[in-house]
Design a protein around this ligand. Structure first.
Ligand code: NAP
Length: 261
């Protein structure tokens, strides 16, 4: 476990896959609000160090917990350490995710890519959420506990060059509804964010083609989404201001999903 030292006590937030991209930007957005971060990722490298330094630079405290979310055997220790790092956990952000092994014709999609996508994007988050929820239900109720699942516009929009990714994100959408229903009585809100085209390493392989499609009006707001666009929405949803809402989906996509004629 790597630790950066700080001084204050905010909420404690566990973000999976947070050493770069949307997860990192979300961690920074929480740090700016004075919250403490548990940064999870599958690799602890220079990028992870940069994320921890970035959190510290914003006045936040952070622990790095290395774990592969797809490895269910790692969850017990991950959850235990997340809860003990700052004396409890208030927010879980299921962000870690991968894309297809290779974009291309879905008639060529492999069982290996399908299984890996499901393991990382759906099975892992489902059981991690279960572990966190069980722990919360064992503890005394606390205000503003919440879960945010980072799904995708592909939970709704079909991309036949990455069918298995779409299917995994449809699963995340149902997972949001299921946990929202199950946890409502305990006062735990569950939200889903469906990002559109966001400028991260995940979309680097299609940077040039999306550049063109965005300029041509792919989304009514003609620009790339930035990881910070998503991070700010995660912080807003978990702020406690949406007290009579749960199971909601927020699109962070520049209007991409508005049906047009
Ligand atoms: P990213 O830049 O590739 O970052 C994802 C992070 O998650 C990486 O650090 C990655 O580590 C980590 N990760 C992958 N598998 C993991 C595992 N099994 N356990 C723990 N960490 C793991 O991707 P991103 O664009 O920020 O995406 C974040 C989330 O947003 C994903 O769920 C993605 O599906 C979703 N999303 C992204 C976009 C977009 O346009 N970028 C759009 C819609 C939805 P490695 O480097 O080792 O892989």
């Amino acid at each position: 476990m790597t630790t950066t030292n700080g001084r204050k006590k905010g909420r404690c937030v566990l973000i999976t896959g947070a050493r770069r991209g949307i997860g990192r930007a979300t961690a920074y957005a929480f740090a700016e609000k004075g919250d403490d971060l548990i940064v999870n990722d599958v690799i602890e490298d220079e990028a992870a160090r940069e994320t921890l330094d970035g959190i510290a630079a914003r006045g936040g405290r952070a622990h790095f917990l290395k774990a592969d979310i797809a490895d269910l055997a790692s969850h017990e220790e991950l959850v235990e350490r997340a809860f003990s790092a700052f004396g409890g956990l208030d927010v879980l952000v299921n962000n870690a995710g991968i894309s297809v092994a290779r974009r291309g014709d879905m008639l060529e999609a492999t069982p290996e890519s399908f299984d890996r996508l499901m393991a990382v994007n759906l099975r892992g988050p489902f059981f991690l959420t279960q572990a966190v929820a069980r722990r919360w239900l064992r503890e005394a109720p606390a205000p503003a506990r919440s879960i945010v699942n980072i799904a995708s516009a592909n939970a709704h929009m079909a991309s036949i060059d990455r069918a298995e990714y779409c299917l995994s994100k449809v699963g995340v959408a149902m997972m949001t509804k299921l946990y929202a229903l199950r946890l409502a009585e305990a006062g735990i809100a569950v939200f889903e964010i469906r990002p559109g085209v966001i400028r991260t390493d995940m979309t680097a392989v299609v940077r040039a083609s999306y550049e063109k499609r965005i300029a041509e009006g792919l989304s009514p707001v003609r620009r790339w989404g930035e990881p910070e666009d998503v991070g700010r929405v995660v912080v807003a949803l978990t702020s406690g201001e949406f007290q009579f809402s749960t199971g909601e989906v927020v699109h962070v996509d520049g209007g991409l999903q508005i049906a047009r004629l």
